[in-house]
Design a protein around this ligand. Structure first.
Ligand code: ADP
Length: 591
């Protein structure tokens, strides 16, 4: 289509140009030939006139003398007429009876000669019946009219040379072929470019090897295709990256939402919606409701302020701020970033666990300080009393020193318990692990405890299978059994019975139970009994010598060995602990 149109445009312009040139040239040629013919006829007319003058033919009225001149001229085609000013014919070379001839005044060539010096006309002769080209010239007393037979030769003479038209025709043909070729080439490139543009616009697959001709248009086309390719590659990469980012955001452990400057949602992941539902108390899935929640007022005013201040976007640093929101015992970290296109991102994270852990750590530190302060204060009190009271008798002094000693021991116990816990906690993976025989470790504990058990009249029954061994840490396993027995000695009461047994084993674990029939643990405390420094009776605990860390050490040592521990009060009184220890410790864990 385009090729055709292009060819047509060129063709019309060229044809018009060629036509104008031909016409002009033709006219020039014709007028040149007419002038030449006229000058020929004019010289015949002058010849006739001179002859008339010289031979005084007018005076003698012997116009037939002109015949001799006519014969000399020797041109069969020539006709000579002499016409009087009144139109009467004096002489005509082709007519014998001139008296029969009409008045010639009204002949167009004669009329024209009357108006100017000469006149011409082409027509059929009324006198001879043949066609003539007439040339009339006015002289003082008459007109001399010379005429040529308007036959084939005259016509040939007047017609512009054929050769000129042949040349024009050949040139025209050549030009048409050239036009066809050029418009074909030009049109081909353009139609390829057009196809490419249409495909690019509708995102269709584009042939990467489109051939363009080796000319300027081809270079431009190749450049356009190249630029488009680069653009497409960049666009593809961007959309892939965007896809990755969105996928990442969808599965992110962070609640994320992106909003337009008019606060409509662009993107929000499910965690964001979940967190919003928790904070707003409304079961709506619309992330935009975040702006209607009171807890978000501060966030909202930060966003509004920054969106209003366009200046902020000129800075290299994007405006961002972090907030913490708490709702019904849960804590959320809110981060806002405002991007340079005025869209903004809100991330919403449930940080309750971190917050609780932080609080627990703080509580633990203050508990440790508190626990350490008690024996230290006592020791200082006793020592100050001894130093300040010079008259103190030996018995009392010994008593105070003994009390100070008890507190110093307690302090040392506390410090060693805390350091055991710290060791498990901080270095769970790098704690030494050996193959430990459980019966051996239990009998060692029993030997150690024997005096204390006897002192309290406690009967211990131990049933541990021979040869059971685990891969673990000696001192941690030791502290499990030691603390269990110690707790019964300290807390369960006197004259009781304790029992320890391994009641079951599977491929992975050994299962143990430890029980006493002492006072047991009140129901309301049983849930927190493994917490650090937790005692059923705070006052009594300190007096009886417990640190409040025994069960915490047991639990962490069990967890370190890949097992679990639980406690329950027995029906007949007393407590029972069930715990498991992994045969092979894979990696230590703590609570
Ligand atoms: P402590 O160093 O005070 O023994 P624990 O963590 O070992 O600390 O024990 C926490 C509390 O659990 C104790 O204060 C005690 O009241 C209670 N308890 C532990 N074992 C027994 C038991 N066998 N019988 C009764 N109460 C116990």
């Amino acid at each position: 289509m385009f090729r055709k149109r292009l060819f047509l445009y060129f063709f019309v312009v060229y044809a018009a140009f060629a036509a104008i040139v031909t016409l002009l040239q033709y006219n020039r040629e014709v007028s040149f030939k007419v002038d030449k013919l006229n000058s020929n006829l004019d010289s015949y007319a002058s010849l006739v006139h001179n002859y008339i003058q010289r031979n005084s033919i007018l005076d003698s009225s012997q116009f037939n003398r002109l015949d001799s001149l006519y014969r000399i001229i020797d041109n069969n085609n020539l006709r000579v007429t002499v016409v009087a000013h009144n139109g009467d014919v004096f002489y005509d070379s082709d007519v014998y009876e001139i008296s029969l001839m009409q008045n010639h005044l009204k002949r167009p060539e004669v009329q024209a000669a009357l108006r100017g010096a000469h006149g011409t006309d082409t027509r059929l002769s009324a006198s001879t019946g043949t066609p003539y080209y007439y040339y009339a010239k006015q002289y003082k007393d008459y007109f001399v009219r010379t005429a040529l037979d308007y036959d084939v030769s005259i016509r040939e003479f007047l017609r512009a040379e054929r050769f000129f038209f042949v040349i024009i025709g050949i040139l025209f043909l050549l030009m048409t072929l050239l036009l066809l070729f050029i418009s074909g080439k030009f049109g081909n490139t353009l139609s390829k470019l057009k196809d490419f543009a249409l495909k690019a616009a509708s995102d269709e697959k584009i042939d990467p090897n489109i051939e363009f001709p080796r000319n300027e248009l081809g270079v431009i086309s190749r450049q356009i295709v190249h630029i488009y390719d680069n653009l497409k590659k960049t666009r593809d990469t961007i959309s892939q990256e965007r896809e990755k980012l969105i996928r990442h955001l969808y599965i992110s452990r962070e609640g994320v939402a992106i909003f337009s400057p008019s606060k409509t949602k662009i993107f929000a992941n499910s965690l964001f919606i979940q967190n919003i539902i928790h904070i707003s108390d409304k079961p709506s899935v619309n992330p935009e409701q975040v702006f209607g929640i009171d807890e978000f007022n501060e966030v909202k005013s930060f966003i509004d302020k920054n969106l209003a201040e366009n200046l902020a976007f000129l800075q290299a640093q994007l405006p961002s701020k972090s907030f913490t929101i708490s709702k019904r015992g849960r804590y959320f970290a809110v981060n806002v970033i405002i991007f340079s296109d005025r869209t903004f991102e809100i991330s919403l994270n449930d940080i309750t666990t971190q917050e609780t852990e932080k609080n627990l750590k703080q509580q633990l530190t203050s508990n440790i300080a508190h626990e350490l302060r008690t024996p230290v204060t006592s020791i200082l009190g006793y020592l100050e009393t001894i130093l300040s009271s010079k008259e103190l008798d030996d018995e009392k002094r010994t008593h105070f020193i003994e009390r100070a000693n008890v507190q110093a021991n307690r302090l040392s116990e506390l410090i060693s318990d805390i350091s055991v816990l710290n060791r498990i906690e901080e270095n769970a993976v790098s704690v030494d692990k050996d193959t430990i025989s459980i019966p051996e470790i239990v009998s060692e504990v029993m030997d150690n405890m024997k005096a204390k058990l006897d002192e309290k009249g406690i009967k211990a029954e131990v049933k541990i299978s021979e040869g059971i061994a685990v891969k673990g840490n000696y001192s941690l396993l030791y502290s499990i059994f030691q603390n269990l027995f110690e707790n019964s000695i300290i807390h369960a009461g006197e004259n009781i019975e304790v029992s320890l047994q391994n009641y079951f084993e599977d491929d992975t674990y050994y299962y143990f139970s430890y029980a006493d029939n002492g006072i047991g643990i009140p129901y309301e405390h049983i849930g927190r009994i493994f917490d650090r420094f937790y005692r059923v009776d705070q006052g009594r605990g300190r007096q009886t010598g417990g640190t409040g860390l025994g069960l915490a050490i047991i639990k962490n040592a069990v967890l370190f060995h890949g097992g679990d521990i639980s406690v329950k009060n027995r029906d007949g009184g007393g407590v029972e602990f069930f715990f498991s220890i992994r045969k092979e410790v894979v990696s230590g864990r703590v609570s």
